[in-house]
Design a protein around this ligand. Structure first.
Ligand SMILES: [Zn+2]
Ligand SMILES: [Zn+2]
Length: 137
């Protein structure tokens, strides 16, 4: 696997990160938690071991909100941008919309969670991959 470094951050630049690849389990999620966390009908996630993510912006680590028994949602305390989820696993899942270069083949979602929660008018290319049943983000 290629050791790609994914840079990214929030809208205002206060929260910045570098995540060392490979990006694990890139997938979409259309669950209600993700919808409310981001305001988007569907989110796209990539996971990294916690020790492979470095918070290197002026704000350090993002603010968090405890959203379930296993994870906290992360966001910028200045501009409110959704950053991802800091799991107890210990895993950090990042929303790839915040990546500097989200258009990379390695980030293409291969699984789709909670497809049935998306609005009916929202087109989601689920390909041949079956939706995942678990909600970990
Ligand atoms: Zn910000
Ligand atoms: Zn979700």
């Amino acid at each position: 696997m290629t050791e790609t470094i994914y840079g990214g951050g929030c809208l205002c630049g206060w929260i910045r990160y570098e995540a060392i690849g490979p990006a694990d389990n890139p997938h979409t999620c259309s669950c209600r938690q993700c919808q409310r966390h981001t305001g988007a009908p569907t989110t796209v996630w990539a996971a990294f071991p916690r020790d492979r993510v470095r918070w290197n912006g002026p704000g350090g680590a993002p603010a968090t909100f405890r959203s379930s028994d296993i994870t906290s949602r992360a966001f910028c305390p200045r501009c409110g941008s959704s950053i991802g989820a800091i799991d107890d696993a210990p895993t950090i899942e990042l929303l790839i919309g915040g990546f500097d270069q989200p258009d990379q083949a390695a980030l293409r979602p291969r699984a789709h969670s909670f497809v049935d929660r998306r609005p009916g008018w929202w087109h989601l290319d689920t390909g041949a991959v079956e939706p995942e049943a678990d909600e970990t983000t």
